[in-house]
Ligand binder design. Structure first.
Ligand code: HEC
Length: 104
């Protein structure tokens, strides 16, 4: 019984993360891809790559832009209307992208 409950809780957590990734991707396609690239590898020369970045770091940065603790003319405007839920979704999407590293 306890195991069944544990498994269903794990599945619920997994499904909600998958939902966040899907919702985050849809939002990013519209609002972020122009500069950060469709897969989180920046297309604008002065924008950072977001693919594979830690979810915690991404959400902290977005909240800092939103609250004005981190100042940037572009990101300040973009982060302003984001809700905590949207930030969690965007962070889930970019952190779910797998990156590989190749040394020079
Ligand atoms: C018009 C171009 C543009 C758009 C659109 C844009 N960004 Fe950015 N983003 C930037 C630039 C430029 C920076 C670097 C800002 C700085 O120096 O702080 C940045 C920085 C960031 C950072 C900080 C990354 C780090 O390494 O610290 C995050 C996170 C981020 N953007 C997320 C997003 C998300 C999520 C969206 C969509 C909701 C988005 N951005 C849309 C241009 C853009």
């Amino acid at each position: 019984m306890k195991i069944a409950l544990f498994i269903s809780l794990m599945l619920a957590a997994f499904n909600s993360l998958a939902d966040d990734v899907t919702a985050g991707r849809a939002k990013a396609d519209v609002a972020c891809a122009l500069c950060h690239g469709p897969h989180g590898v920046a297309t604008l020369p002065n924008a950072p790559n977001l693919a594979g970045q830690q979810a915690l770091y991404l959400s902290e940065q977005l909240k800092s832009y939103r609250g004005g603790q981190r100042q940037n003319a572009v990101m300040g405007v973009i982060a302003k209307p984001l809700t905590d839920a949207e930030i969690a979704q965007l962070a889930a999407w970019y952190s779910a992208i797998k990156v590989t590293v190749e040394l020079p």
